[in-house]
Design a protein around this ligand. Structure first.
Ligand SMILES: *Cc1c(COP(=O)(O)O)cnc(C)c1O
Length: 428
């Protein structure tokens, strides 16, 4: 049935490790081989065999407007015709920086990079340089890109492929990364107590999305803010996924938390490769050429990515789709829950706005340990049942499903009906 995808995958595997340019795409966690996508429009994608799918991956988060959004394509075309890259400052960079700084009060200055990974890598370098301390605290199951210091007990593909620690990262470096369970204040208190004066920063996904979606417990982010401030360590909120997703101003707007540094990516590039890090001016001014901490990029702030990002943010501002996205998310979560119950399937759904994850467990999911109780085999069965019925979900349990402003209530209702059949099939 997926004849061309299979052919392309066979060819890809001879040329690219695992046939993919990012591991989770390979369907390793759910079995089978990946679909090759030919095109997308709005809430839908079509594979190379011409099959249509309702898409709940959205390129892993960036496509909050849906695929091939008209305003983004027009902005890209206009920028493209003027030239793709200059390696010199352009007006678009200033405009995007201005928009980011307006959207997030904790951001006084910001620098563009080319991926979320580059953003977090630069942010922890800045944190280490500014505090003259080396240790970083991260939460188990949070994913901050494939940065050496941040891959320890990471979520997303690292969790899905059950890779405990990655070869290639020196032990001496990994030892500088201290782990805490997400949503656990006493553990946070303890790690800062035991490492007084040596922790540069705590980095957190304010709403975890890479162990599946896990919301911060009431008070958790406030405590994280208080504890880091007291220890004179920086709080880095990694909003690569949540920025402009859970609200225009990101999770820090929703929960009212002031970060010292914030990392961004995904939505702010509108589907092009982008990242950004920013925060307090006194910190950002320590980056070269203003300061001594070095970070650079040949294509950073390139006009195409800036144009796509700006067009996306402008459209989000104009449409303000967040309350509609929230009610679509609720409709999907409620529908899935009801369908699972009526089929006798144990399911927990975590949701924050338009990001959600169904976990196949009856326990509440609040951290990586409880997320790991989800039955991965059942997720795989669910994934394939849904795929066969024309729904493209993330091909792994520890990921977020995303809705876009292009999704309709009819889309969601169809997906819920498909889930109803899939759950019944799973119980047979
Ligand atoms: C996706 C993601 C990253 C990494 O971004 P890339 O562009 O894939 O390098 C970092 N942090 C979080 C929270 C993410 O969701």
């Amino acid at each position: 049935m997926s004849h061309r995808s299979q052919e392309l995958f066979d060819r890809a595997r001879r040329l690219i490790p695992g046939g993919v340019n990012s591991p989770v795409r390979a369907f390793t966690a759910v079995g089978g081989s990946p679909l090759f996508i030919a095109r997308g429009k709005g809430s839908r994608i079509w594979d190379e065999d011409g099959r249509e799918f309702l898409d709940y991956v959205g390129s892993w988060g960036p496509l909050i407007l849906g695929h091939a959004a008209e305003e983004v394509l027009v902005a890209l075309q206009e920028a493209m015709l003027r030239g793709t890259s200059f390696g010199a400052p352009t007006e678009l960079e200033v405009e995007l920086a201005d928009e980011l700084v307006r959207a997030m009060p904790s951001l006084q200055k910001v620098r563009m990079v080319n991926s979320g990974t580059e953003a977090t890598l630069s942010a922890i370098r800045l944190a280490r340089g500014a505090t003259r301390r080396d240790r970083i605290v991260k939460a188990e199951g949070c994913y901050h890109g494939h940065v050496d210091s941040l891959l320890v007990k990471a979520g997303s593909g690292v969790a899905s492929l059950a890779i405990p620690g990655t070869p290639g990262i020196p032990r001496e470096l990994a030892e500088l990364t201290l782990l805490v369970p997400f949503n656990n204040v006493p553990a946070l208190e303890r790690v800062f107590q035991e490492n007084q004066g040596s922790i540069a920063a705590l980095i957190l996904e304010p709403v975890a999305g890479n162990m599946g979606v896990v919301a911060p417990a009431p008070g958790y982010l406030e405590e994280a803010r208080r504890i880091t401030r007291k220890a004179r360590a920086l709080l880095i909120l990694d909003e690569v996924m949540t920025g402009f997703r859970v609200a225009y101003g990101g999770a820090q707007a929703v929960y009212g938390i002031d970060a010292d540094l914030t990392t961004l990516g995904k939505i702010i590039g509108g589907g092009l490769p982008v990242g950004a890090y920013g925060g307090r001016a006194d910190l950002m001014d320590q980056m070269a050429p203003e300061g001594k901490i070095y970070q650079a990029g040949t294509l950073s702030g390139n006009p195409l990515a800036m144009a796509a990002g700006l067009a996306t943010l402008k459209s989000l501002k104009r449409q303000n789709p967040y309350s509609r996205l929230d009610s679509l998310g609720r409709r999907l979560a409620d529908g899935l829950k009801e369908a699972a119950e009526s089929a006798g399937v144990a399911l927990r759904i975590n949701r924050v706005g338009s990001m959600l994850t169904p976990f196949f467990t009856s326990e509440e999911v609040t951290d990586f340990a409880t997320a790991s109780l989800s039955d991965a085999n059942r997720y795989s069965a669910f994934f394939h049942g849904m795929l066969n019925r024309g729904n493209y979900l993330p091909p792994a349990q520890f990921e977020a499903h995303f809705l876009s402003a292009s999704h309709t209530e009819q889309d969601v209702d169809r997906t819920v009906e498909d889930a109803r059949h899939t759950f019944r099939e799973m119980e047979r």
